[in-house]
Structure formats: structure tokens, C-alpha cells
Ligand binder design. Structure first.
Ligand SMILES: Nc1nc2c(ncn2[C@@H]2O[C@H](COP(=O)(O)OP(=O)(O)OP(=O)(O)O)[C@@H](O)[C@H]2O)c(=O)[nH]1
Ligand SMILES: [Mg+2]
Length: 412
């Protein structure tokens, strides 16, 4: 965010706007530890004592943490950890078994104080706020509740999600104009972005390579209702200040490999801090140059997370993300004769009528169906896992009770 009038990070009240219920982070390695992590609704850390917000606000905060987005709301979440002698830190990069973290005293390498997690989404990831045990071997003891998290279905296609970045405020979905934009893929990325709780922006990249950037922008707009769609070029600088003015807080760049995320990131950072790579000559696909997710402070305030190119984007969210991407269909659906209309062949279906009249592209209706089905499937997998976990816990309780009664029986 380069606009001088606005604060680089949302105020404490707005920063806690969203609560991705299933969210927690992960590293793709799957061997990251599980740390106590709270949800925004029910923080794992004990409730802060009353008046702690006032105390937190008056407390002097090191500029290093402020630059990474420390807020009064986070200070409140952290109060119990502070009482335990821990210090706050933001995880700027997560590696196998350790991470880079920014603390009030600067950047440190920290280890994790827990065993590897069975659920990869319970593991620390870039963007997490953590409670760190300071000392010669700093250790991450707990994660603060996440405000937002970008979660996709795990590559293993099990019922767990994989968190790409935590506590993100703005997501820049990068789509290259070197070829005609794939609208279905964009809708998928936007559903992922909305589900995270952050606000998406579409950056049409590499405009200097486009045949007709304005025509592509017009084609993209209906696939991104309620989302700003900007034409940009990292090479000529077109649209970069306009994009920078829309960014706020923690900004993540997402998109396929070769979309030009890192090049755009460098343009926003004002320095060549991120590695970029040529695309393949044959099919124009990227070579997965970026392999880590790392936070960099933006010159005008806020921080930027570049991410590796997404090979697959399985949805793992609620229906909310899909509903927002297809807000036009949701609006049309209000005019259907049946409240539970599936928009397949029902009489009085306003959505099918809109397809018939040409108001709604059939492609969009089919894309909506596909993403909705995928989300429902992911939700049913999660439900099945939760049921299995509950059944497991019940078996354990029953076993313990039987053992207890046996002991009591012997005593009688
Ligand atoms: N002409 C032109 N080329 C660009 C622009 N942005 C990026 N490129 C080129 O596109 C290729 C891929 O750019 P990257 O920034 O590495 O793409 P990426 O999305 O970060 O790719 P991964 O890290 O693999 O996910 C590089 O050769 C860049 O020089 C642009 O605005 N104009
Ligand atoms: Mg890159």
C-alpha cells in the first residue's frame, strides 16, 4: 500500500474481520509441527485480561513489528503469552523444521517446539504470528489465532487443507496477458481468495505482450464481479502505481507459474528482491522459479508474500467463496420459482432463462456447477473425517471408563 493517507495495516478492528474456521497453515513438506493455534472465534490462548487492549495500546511496540503489521488486536491475543515470558514474532519464511521470524529485536532463525502435525493445516506457515521463546535457540511455542488464511485442498487430496499463507489482507491474482486469460481458472483462484477472508484484486500482467489488453480486461470483468481488474506490466511499469494504491496490509501474490508474480512483486517492492525465470519456449508455461513463500516489507508500508506458481487449486473452503465469485448467478437465482432451484432443468428457473437470453454465459453457469460440486465434495470429506475422529474419541473414552469401573470393582 503506497498511499500515504492510509495506514499500512488495517486497524485492530478491521484486521479481525474474517475468521477462516478451518484455517491453519502448512508447509508443503508436511513435516511441520503442530502448535497450539486458536481460531479467531475461539483463541487457543487464554482470554486476555480485561483492560489488556488499553495496556497493549499504550505499550511501546518495536518498529520492526509494526512494519510487519503488529496491531492492538494482536497484542491482546498475545497478552497471556507475554505473561509467560514469550515474545511476539511474525514468521517470514517457513523451512523444513525451522523458520525465519521477525521479532521486536530483528530477524532470527527459530525452531519449532512441537512434534510434526498430523493435520498439515495446523503447522506454522508464512505470515503466521507466533509466540517465541527467546534465547540462544529461539523456539516457536504457539501460533496466534489467524485472521485470514489461504487454504487449498491438499495435494494428497485427503480431507485436510493446505495453507498457502496466513493473515493476508489483499490477494493479487496474477493472470498473464501473454495468452488469452483462462476465465475458469481465474474463477477458481478468486473462490480461493474470497474464502481466505482477504480481498482479491486481479492484476492482468505482461500487458506489453498482449494483443489487446483492454479487450482482455473487458472479457475478464464479468468473471470477477466486485473485484478490481487492473492492466499491468512489470516491464513498462503500466498500472503498477494504481495497483499499489489498492493494496493494504499483508499482500499475497497468487497465480500459475509464469504469470509474472515475482516480476510484479519486484515492481511493487521497487527492487529486484525476487527471482524471476523465463517461461518455456514451447507452451509459454513457467518453470516454477519461486519455491518459497517469504514476506518482504513494501516501501510504502505493508508486506508482500510472493508464492510459488500454483499447479492445482483444489477448493477447500465454504460455499461463501464460490457464492461471491458467482454473485451474478446468486442474484439471478433470487428470481427462480423454487427456492432450492438447482438451475438444471427446473421450470421457472431465472438462471437458465438468463443463459437462454444471452445475459449469462453458459460457460459461467457450468463453471459455477463445477466449483460448487467440488466444494461440496471437500466439505463431505471433512465431515467424514470429523465423524471418524469423534468416533475414535468416543472409543477411547469408553475404554477408559471400562478400565475405571474394573478398578473400582476390584476395590469393592
Ligand atoms: N514482457 C514482459 N515479460 C514479463 C513481465 N512480467 C514477467 N515477465 C516475464 O515472464 C517470465 C515469468 O515471470 P516471473 O515473474 O518469474 O513469473 P512467476 O509468476 O513468478 O513464475 P513462478 O515463480 O514460476 O511461479 C519471466 O521471463 C519474466 O521476465 C512483463 O510485464 N512483461
Ligand atoms: Mg515467481
Amino acid at each position: 500500500m503506497h498511499s500515504s493517507e492510509r495506514s499500512p495495516f488495517p486497524s485492530s478492528s478491521s484486521s479481525s474481520s474474517s475468521s477462516p474456521s478451518s484455517s491453519s497453515p502448512s508447509s508443503p513438506s508436511g513435516d511441520s509441527p503442530s502448535l497450539p493455534v486458536g481460531s479467531a472465534a475461539s483463541p487457543a490462548s487464554p482470554a486476555a485480561p480485561s483492560g489488556s487492549r488499553a495496556a497493549a495500546e499504550t505499550e511501546s511496540v518495536p518498529p520492526a513489528l509494526l512494519a510487519y503489521g503488529w496491531s492492538a488486536a494482536l497484542a491482546e491475543d498475545f497478552a497471556a503469552h507475554r505473561a509467560a515470558g514469550l515474545v511476539p514474532a511474525r514468521l517470514v519464511r517457513v523451512d523444513r523444521g525451522s523458520c525465519e521470524a521477525v521479532t521486536g529485536d530483528g530477524r532470527v532463525r527459530a525452531e519449532f517446539g512441537a512434534e510434526p502435525a498430523a493435520d498439515p493445516s495446523a503447522a506454522p506457515c508464512s505470515g503466521d504470528w507466533a509466540a517465541l521463546l527467546p534465547g540462544p535457540r529461539p523456539t516457536v511455542q504457539a501460533l496466534l489465532p489467524r485472521r485470514t488464511a489461504i487454504v487449498r485442498a491438499s495435494a494428497a487430496r485427503d480431507s485436510h487443507g493446505q495453507v498457502l499463507a496466513a493473515n493476508v489482507d489483499t490477494i493479487v491474482v496474477a493472470v498473464s496477458l501473454a495468452t488469452w486469460p483462462d476465465l475458469g481458472r481465474l474463477e477458481r483462484l478468486l473462490a480461493l481468495a474470497w474464502d481466505s477472508g482477504a480481498t482479491p484484486v486481479v492484476a492482468l500482467t505482461q500487458a506489453d505482450r498482449a494483443t489487446d489488453a483492454a479487450e482482455a480486461q473487458e472479457a475478464v470483468r464479468p468473471a470477477a464481479p466486485g473485484v478490481e481488474v487492473l492492466i499491468t506490466s512489470a516491464h513498462t511499469g503500466e498500472g503498477v502505481p494504481e495497483l499499489a494504491a489498492l493494496l493494504t496490509g499483508t499482500v499475497a501474490l497468487i497465480g500459475v507459474s509464469g504469470a509474472g508474480k515475482s516480476s510484479l512483486g519486484n515492481a511493487l517492492l521497487g527492487a529486484e528482491l525476487l527471482a524471476t525465470g523465463e517461461v518455456r519456449a514451447g507452451d509459454g508455461k513457467g518453470r516454477h522459479t519461486t519455491v518459497t513463500r517469504e514476506l518482504f516489507p513494501l516501501p510504502g508500508g505493508g508486506v508482500l508474500i510472493d508464492t510459488p506458481g500454483l499447479r492445482s487449486v483444489g477448493l477447500h473452503g465454504t460455499a461463501e467463496g464460490v457464492d461471491r465469485v458467482f454473485a451474478d448467478i446468486e442474484e439471478l437465482a433470487a428470481g427462480c420459482r423454487f427456492a432450492d432451484c438447482g438451475h438444471v432443468a427446473e421450470p421457472g428457473c431465472a438462471v437458465l432463462a438468463a443463459v437462454e437470453s444471452g445475459e449469462l454465459p453458459l460457460r459461467r453457469l457450468l463453471s459455477h456447477r463445477k466449483l460448487s460440486r467440488e466444494n461440496e465434495w471437500a466439505a463431505s470429506r471433512t465431515d467424514a473425517r470429523l465423524r471418524a475422529e469423534r468416533a475414535g474419541r468416543l472409543r477411547e473414552i469408553t475404554r477408559n471408563q471400562r478400565a475405571m469401573y474394573r478398578v473400582r470393582g476390584r476395590k469393592r
